[in-house]
Structure formats: structure tokens, C-alpha cells
Design a protein around this ligand. Sequence first.
Ligand code: SAM
Length: 237
Amino acid sequence: MRRAPARPSLRVGIVTLAPEMFASVLATGLIGRAIRAGLLEAAFANPRDYARDAHRRVDARPYGGGPGMVLMPGPLDAAIRQVAKRGSWIVGLSPRGRPFGAPTASRLAKKKQIVLVCGRYEGLDERVCESFDEEISIGDYVLSGGEVAAMAVLDAVARLVPGAMGNASSFAEESFADGLLEYPQYTRPRVWRGKRVPAVLLSGNHARIGDWRRRKSLELTRRLRPDLLLARKSSKV
Ligand code: SAM
């Protein structure tokens, strides 16, 4: 059995009113393996544990009126402090945040400790957001809570933690690694419903396979995500 490293590469604190939502994500697949191998550590803090009244309320009506409830700053801040260590990078999940993408995932994977703060209801009291290092959005739509967004961020970041993916070369070839989409993949059987695997992939000629994959990767990106090619061009100027 592989021995767990003395210190995990990445510690993730998750501030949420619904920690139970994370159970299967943390136990399954690559994230589960990274945690069991001691490469990744996850800790939770629940603002509800810091509520002050008998009803354990963590939300209140917004000043100035308007619909819904807003998370109060006190319990939220106390929960953040429970998991944040000195130097932790604090990330709020929010529709107004910076759009999440591969560059942000690889930047976060290089941190020692990050804290993901999940909102609920109509959102958080702005005074807590002022203490965040950044806010991240996973897309231009509104989720009912930050948990699903935090799971997306955690999954994308965990794959990049050194040692988490068995085969390091696989992420060098994945979509977005070089600003391109990945080439199409095929596996057994060689013929399925009359459709053949491209002959070049069966040739054993690695130079030709490499050229074919590169060409397909460019073709796919041009067809499905021309915006990536434009961004790639301008980043190389
Ligand atoms: N009233 C807020 C607004 O209009 O921007 C939306 C609040 S939303 C119902 C509740 C929580 O879900 C947010 O505080 C945030 O943590 C999370 N959330 C919703 N959409 C998100 C997104 N696209 N990306 C990241 N987090 C999101």
C-alpha cells in the first residue's frame, strides 16, 4: 500500500450549509483516491454551527427590502475562520465572479490551502465578500447554492494536484491544455455499427498518429470553439 505523504499538497476548506452534499464526491474516483493517498485534504465548516439564536438562524431579510433572505456576516465569517489557516486563499462562489476555466484551475492547484465559500438564498452580506481573495463563477446562470459550483472547482483542481492523476501525460493532452479541444478518442471494438476506427490509429506509427491527433484537435476546435483559437492566437502574439 502507498504511504500517505506527511503533508497533503492541497488543503481545501469548504464553508457550506449543506456539507452532506459533498459526501459522494469526496469518496469517489480521482478525488476519493487523492484524499485516501493523503494528497488532498478536505475540511468543512458550517455557518449554522455559529448561529446565535435558538432557531440557529443564519439568514435575515435584506436591508432596503427586496425578495428572499441574505446570509448574515457573523456566522459565515466564523465558519470561514474555522477552516482558513494563515495564507489560505479564500474563494467565494458567485454568479458575479470571474468565469472559471482551466487557467484558474491550474493556478488554484498550486496553492497550499484554499477555502471555498458556498452561498445560499439570495447570497451573502457584501461585507464578508470584501474579505475574499477572489470570486469565481462557473457560468452565466444562477444555481440555488454554491455547493455544485464548489464541487466543479474542486474536481477540476484536484485532478491537477501533483500525483493525483496517475498518468501525468494525460492532462498534457486534454482539452484546454494547449488552448485546444482534445482530439477524438476511440476504443474497442474496431468496427461498431458499421463505423470503423480511423486506420491511422491502428497503424502503430506514433509520428503519424501524433500528426493526425493534432490535425483533428485543430479541426474540432475550429468547428466547436472558434473563440479558443482566437484567444490562443492573441496570447501567442
Ligand atoms: N441573488 C444572487 C444573484 O442574483 O447573483 C444569486 C444567489 S444564488 C441563488 C445562491 C448562491 O449560489 C450564491 O451565493 C452562490 O454562492 C451560488 N451560485 C449561484 N450561481 C452560481 C454560479 N453561476 N457560479 C458560482 N456560484 C453560484
